[in-house]
Write a protein that binds this ligand. Structure first.
Ligand code: SF4
Length: 228
């Protein structure tokens, strides 16, 4: 009987110890799980932040693309604004069409000489084409075609410039129409090196300052007579 009781007490003690051990194990697990909670929260927070950063980067990239698009559009508009009516004409017309341009009921040879002389009178300063067309009472349509014709004939050069926010051309003399000028007072008539002067030589009318001065003086005199 006593032996039975001793066995039962030992069993009870063992059960109690087992229960304690299980409780301790559960506690430990619980503690670990509680400890893990903040880590999970931290990871969640970090993920949220990373997502936010990605979104911000996406927005930034989108903004950059839009800005570049706008910049390209503005550039395109600027290029279009730079394009002149004359550039369009040059694209549309053939060289012959430009050279053979004529205004109705107008002696074109006479007009070409007159305009070339007028441009020559402005020497290296040149003249803005719209001012010249106004003086000649020419429409800008005819004036633009005439300027192209003069350039193709080799009489003038055109310099594209920005004037009051608009692109236009400065017309500069290239070849002075000597044939229209009187040779009276020409420096060649009394020139001591006239014998050595030739178009291809070292001494040449192409580089001669005397003849250049004389032509310009003649043109100015002619212009004065025309306006009087
Ligand atoms: S072009 Fe000049 S260098 Fe030649 S002959 Fe005339 S003035 Fe003399």
């Amino acid at each position: 009987m006593v032996k039975k009781e001793i066995i039962s007490a030992a069993k009870l003690k063992k059960e109690l110890e087992d229960a304690k051990a299980e409780l301790a194990s559960r506690n430990k697990k619980l503690k670990l799980s509680v400890k893990a909670q903040p880590k999970k929260k931290e990871a969640k927070k970090k993920m949220k932040e990373a997502k936010k950063k990605i979104e911000a980067k996406k927005k930034e990239a989108k903004k950059k693309i839009e800005a570049k698009k706008k910049e390209e559009e503005a550039k395109k508009k600027e290029e279009e604004a730079k394009r002149t009516y004359e550039e369009e004409l040059e694209e549309q017309l053939t060289e012959d069409e430009i050279k053979n341009f004529a205004i109705d009921k107008t002696d074109m040879d006479k007009l070409v000489n007159k305009v070339t002389e007028m441009i020559a009178s402005y020497a290296t300063k040149g003249i803005l084409q719209n001012i010249l067309w106004r003086k000649l009472k020419l429409s800008s349509r005819d004036g633009s075609r005439l300027a192209l014709k003069l350039e193709k004939l080799g009489n003038i050069t055109r310099e594209k410039i920005l004037e009051n926010g608009r692109w236009t051309y400065l017309l500069l003399i290239k070849k002075i129409p000597i044939s229209t000028i009187s040779i009276e007072n020409a420096p060649c008539l009394v020139c001591p090196v006239e014998g050595k002067c030739s178009t291809d030589g070292e001494i040449s009318p192409k580089t001669c300052v005397y003849i250049e001065d004389w032509v310009l003086t003649e043109l100015k005199t002619k212009k004065r007579h025309e306006t009087n």
